[in-house]
Write a protein that binds this ligand. Structure first.
Ligand code: AMP
Length: 291
């Protein structure tokens, strides 16, 4: 596995792979890798011959007061994990200066997906998705992969990136990987490391609330509001949990749905604070047809 730190080195590796008719998969991450990321890399290995994992804590997607400075940066440990797994062929770990030579604030070009970024996390993290779509399109232009792999864990990010690729006719397939969870149901996240033992003990409430609502849909509930109330009640059982949003939304336009249509693809989604730590989770479901 090779560590690349410059854009020109990635371009050269990509050109070489394409000249040899090898398929390239890109797995964009911010590092502090865990089982969730490794599942993406595993999938990338099934899709392509060259698997490039980017590790870049992108300043442009953090808002003021968010955890950009404290976000875990453990490149050596990340590379050890990837080497053990044996799937990644290249790691791209650029400096901020490599990606933003004049600093992120001096960027004048951006890729923006509107509307889909106004709801859910986008409503609370102003500019976050503009930072994500801009850096992902930079990575796609630099690496020119055939496939890029993303986690269902970040459902809104996935929908926004799919839309960017569709609207801009970008020549890449977007592949999604289901959320990888701890044995107690908590979605794996680099931010779980911020939780105190008491918060960690209560954090499975996110998935429990989502599962309760998914169960209700399976049992025939077709109204959004009672589903939201059910999830709110579950989350309220955890005294340390402070919900930011709890929603039932359409999986494509990400707008809240009240009347669920049979066959409709929806997301049960929530963001919950434990102290300063913000956790998100979701369950995608297709509303069952009435029998
Ligand atoms: P991040 O490093 O948090 O930016 O995440 C990089 C990629 O890993 C994104 O596509 C995430 O959706 C994905 N990811 C993060 N956590 C998980 C998880 N628990 N299961 C599946 N994918 C994940």
């Amino acid at each position: 596995m090779q560590r690349l730190t410059t854009i020109s080195a990635v371009r050269a590796a990509s050109r070489k792979a394409r000249a040899e008719n090898r398929r390239i998969a890109l797995v964009p991450t911010m590092g502090a890798l865990h089982e969730g990321h490794l599942a993406l890399v595993e999938q990338a290995g099934r899709e392509a011959d060259v698997v490039l994992v980017s590790i870049f804590v992108n300043p442009a997607q953090f808002g003021p007061g968010e955890d950009y400075e404290t976000y875990p940066r453990v490149l050596e440990a990340d590379e050890d994990l990837l080497r053990q797994q044996g799937v990644a062929t290249h790691v791209f770990a650029p400096t901020v200066q490599e990606m933003y030579p004049d600093g992120p604030a001096a960027q004048r070009a951006a890729v923006i997906v509107d509307q889909l970024t106004d709801t859910l996390c986008g409503a609370y993290r102003s500019g976050h998705f503009d930072g994500v779509t801009t850096v992902v399109s930079m990575l796609l232009h630099i690496a020119q992969p055939h496939v890029a792999v993303f986690g269902q864990k970040d459902a809104q990010q996935l929908a926004v990136i799919r839309r960017m690729v569709r609207d801009l006719h970008l020549p890449v397939d977007i592949v999604a990987v289901p959320t990888v969870r701890e044995p107690d149901g908590l979605a794996r996240s680099s931010r779980n490391a911020y939780l105190s033992p008491a918060e960690r003990a209560q954090a499975p409430v996110l998935y429990n609330a989502l599962r309760a609502a998914a169960e209700a849909v399976r049992e025939g509930e077709l109204q959004g509001r009672p589903l939201v109330r059910r999830m709110q009640a579950r989350v309220a059982d955890a005294p340390l949990a402070e919900p930011q949003y709890i929603e039932v939304i359409d999986a494509d336009d990400l707008l809240p749905v009240d009347d669920l249509q049979p066959g409709q693809r929806i997301l049960l989604a929530l963001a919950v604070y434990f102290g300063d730590t913000r956790l998100i989770d979701n369950i995608p479901i297709t509303v069952p047809s009435r029998t």
